[in-house]
Write a protein that binds this ligand. Structure first.
Ligand SMILES: *Cc1c(COP(=O)(O)O)cnc(C)c1O
Length: 237
């Protein structure tokens, strides 16, 4: 078994245990493998171990990897690419043309551009609205107060499907204190659904806090380090 396959196994066990501990149905949490800074071979190793959905943060690095891996499949299905990094206006076209999902939609203007630039012969782009749950001006995402209006506006755009919310809380080592921000995002999500939006995705939880996120209702966890190892940003082209 490759190291990546063994790590994937460990992460899937963590997810299963956290899902069961929360009294949630088995299989209700999807794993997104965050492959940023790692090469195409790392993605192939994960694919060979049964992982089909990959998350990327940097547009050019991702486009190179997507091109290299074009045609590779798992059980006859193509790889699924999720953009999860900060997205500037001048990069929306490449993302709209090459990704299946965007988790990091952090303002209406970005969603409008993605919708306008999504090729009409492709399925709608699946998107999440990123919420700034830590309340820092430096963080991406709309404020909790802005979420309902922005979510409604995005849900009305033609070439996107709004799937839910995404958040990246401040790192917090104490597991007992990791849950509060995730709970706040889930409450926003529940309120949107109660208000009639058909959402099914809560993208939250990373290597260090996936258990807390699953306990609070995450449906997709984004895991990099625990699968691929420590990132070396210095080697990134
Ligand atoms: C890098 C990254 C991750 C993965 O983080 P790990 O701690 O390595 O699991 C998840 N989400 C986003 C938005 C990221 O940028």
């Amino acid at each position: 078994m490759s190291t990546i396959a063994a790590h994937l196994d460990d992460v899937l066990s963590r997810i299963s245990r956290a899902t069961a501990d929360a009294g949630r149905p088995a299989g209700s949490v999807r794993l997104l493998a965050v492959s940023k800074t790692f090469g195409a071979q790392a993605v192939r190793d994960a694919l060979a171990a049964g992982q089909r959905a990959f998350g990327e943060n940097y547009v050019q690095e991702a486009l190179d990897k997507i091109a290299t891996l074009k045609g590779e499949t798992l059980g006859g299905q193509p790889l699924e690419w999720h953009f999860i990094g900060p997205l500037q206006s001048n990069k929306t076209r490449a993302v709209a043309e090459h990704f299946d999902w965007v988790h990091s939609v952090d303002r209406l203007k970005i969603a409008q551009r993605l919708s306008a630039q999504r090729p009409t012969d492709m399925p709608p782009l699946q998107v999440c609205l990123q919420v700034n749950i830590s309340g820092e001006a430096s963080k991406s995402g709309v404020t909790p107060e802005e979420v309902p209006a922005v979510a409604r506006a995005i849900a009305a755009l033609p070439n996107l499907t709004l799937r839910g919310l995404m958040a990246i809380p401040e790192p917090e080592d104490d597991p007992a204190r990791q849950r509060a921000p995730f709970r706040a995002v889930r409450e926003l999500f529940d309120a949107l659904r109660a208000d009639g939006l058909a959402l099914d995705t809560l993208s939250m939880g990373m290597s260090a806090d996936l258990e807390a996120a699953v306990a609070e209702g995450a449906t997709m966890v984004r895991i990099g380090t625990a699968i691929f190892g420590t990132r070396d940003y210095g080697s990134r082209a």
